[in-house]
Design a protein around this ligand. Structure first.
Ligand code: SF4
Length: 270
């Protein structure tokens, strides 16, 4: 049986590749400054110094960004400019770092896992709190047992909670906490659901590839990513830790004033 075990994400990998990117930028700026040095001198005696200062300032700015990223990850608290930095990280640094990582022979999924973990640290550091109806749980279809006849992609409430897959407990958690849960069969459908529901926060469960592209696609909406376990290989009867999902939801939830506990213990909307 083909088994894919999700390794513990290594934040250090992404941070190490960030440092490699800084070295490449420093080297490029030095070459850009040094090679035309004589030409600058002919244009004006102060020009090489001015351009050197300009390049130095650029490098300092980038270094400051890296220090902020490391501090956010280490301290787990929002730093000044963290939100903007998350955008730069997702939009620009992640694609460049993937190229650098591949150049050094690092597997794509290792880079993605590390990126997802860094992104999660940023999202957690923002201490976001939302009522349940503003949180969207996006689930992949492959968690559903392959032989299940019920169409939970249409409505997750079609699950009969038979216990054969993790939707049995997940639907229960979603109902009790009052969050919206949607099962998406692909990126296009997931994007449509996000546009329609306009969540303040997304809890995304998926593989490395879908999660990292989903985080980028839905920016600036914060996405906390939880990776799938694949005991039967990719896209078939995958598993997710219900405890991890519950813990993540509880981290971001504020009590919804429109929800009350019924006597039967079920959550109802007033
Ligand atoms: S728990 Fe729900 S989705 Fe999973 S197999 Fe049973 S009925 Fe189908």
């Amino acid at each position: 049986m083909l088994t894919t075990v999700v390794e513990k994400p290594r934040k250090r990998l992404f941070l190490g590749l960030l440092l490699a990117l800084e070295l490449i930028i420093a080297l490029s700026l030095f070459v850009l400054w040094y090679i035309p040095y004589r030409g600058f001198e002919r244009l004006g005696s102060n020009l090489p110094i001015l351009i050197g200062w300009g390049f130095g300032a650029l490098l300092l700015l980038f270094s400051l960004g890296i220090v902020l990223i490391v501090l956010t990850v280490v301290r787990g608290r929002e730093m000044p400019g963290t939100k903007r930095l998350r955008g730069l990280l997702i939009r620009y640094m992640f694609p460049v770092i993937t190229v650098i990582g591949r150049f050094f022979g690092v597997a794509k999924d290792d880079i993605r896992r590390s990126f997802i973990e860094i992104n999660n640290e940023f999202v957690r550091s923002e201490s976001i709190k939302n009522p349940p109806r503003r949180i969207l749980v996006l689930m992949p279809h492959c968690v559903q047992k392959d032989i299940c006849p019920y169409r939970i992609t249409v409505d997750v409430k079609n699950c009969r909670q038979c216990g054969q897959c993790d939707f049995s407990d997940l639907t229960d958690v979603a109902e009790k906490l009052g969050v919206q849960m949607t099962v998406a069969t692909g990126g296009t459908l997931a994007r449509r659901v996000v546009i329609e529901t306009k969540p303040e926060l997304i809890l995304g469960v998926a593989c490395e590839r879908d999660l990292s592209s989903g985080i980028a696609d839905t920016y600036p909406i914060p996405v906390l990513g939880i990776l799938l376990d694949r005991p039967e290989g990719p896209c078939l009867n995958t598993r997710v830790s219900v405890d991890k999902v519950t813990e993540a939801l509880n981290t971001f939830l504020v009590k919804d004033p429109f929800l009350v506990e019924s006597k039967a213990g079920k959550t109802e909307t007033t």
